[in-house]
Design a protein. Structure first.
Ligand SMILES: [Zn+2]
Length: 177
């Protein structure tokens, strides 16, 4: 599994503050978000609605988009895949889940500490990811760990785009005051 540090790197700046309730995402309404997100891509909008407005339709759309992007990766890199097994599809959904609904790291209460690489989030274990994707731990280690990392990166890049747009919206608002 990717180390907490790697996730922290991939998802740098993805934390918006603590709300409790199992995730450490701030919850905003769709309309609040829509105003802040002008200029973002549709995929990034879906990410933002899923992550910050807890919008399940947007989450489904996001998963569908990540599946397409992951399937393109699989084609481009000629991943050997067992026919009929939805491994790429499953891992795409897990990657979305891992980024959109990060679990709070209990040891620090989501504040961020050395153990979690300052992310404040608890990563899914290799065992959990492999089981959820219907893979053995060995198979996951051997064939899928790096691929999963690449799929995770697709989601993290949307996260980064949203962070960038929100940061610009925020500084614009401050200038207007
Ligand atoms: Zn921690």
């Amino acid at each position: 599994m990717a180390s907490p540090k790697l996730i922290a790197l991939l998802c740098a700046g993805s934390q918006m503050g603590s709300t409790g309730g199992g995730t450490n995402r701030a919850v905003l309404s769709r309309s609040e978000l829509a105003g802040l997100l002008s200029g973002a891509s549709e995929a990034a909008m879906d990410f933002a609605y899923a992550a910050y407005a807890l919008d399940l339709d947007a989450e489904r759309m996001l998963i569908a988009r990540v599946r397409v992007a992951a399937a393109n990766l699989a084609n481009a890199q000629k991943w050997e895949i067992v026919k009929g097994r939805p491994t790429v599809s499953n891992l795409s959904a897990i990657a979305v889940f891992e980024v959109v609904r990060p679990l709070v790291h209990k040891e620090c209460g989501g504040v961020g500490c050395r153990l979690c690489g300052m992310t404040g989030t608890k990563l899914l274990s290799v065992r959990t990811i492999a089981a959820a994707a219907g893979l053995s731990k060995d198979d996951f280690h051997r064939n899928w760990q790096d691929r999963y990392r690449q799929i995770l990166k697709i989601v993290c890049e949307l996260d980064a785009e949203v962070q960038g747009v929100l940061a610009r919206a925020d500084s614009g608002r401050r200038e207007a005051l």
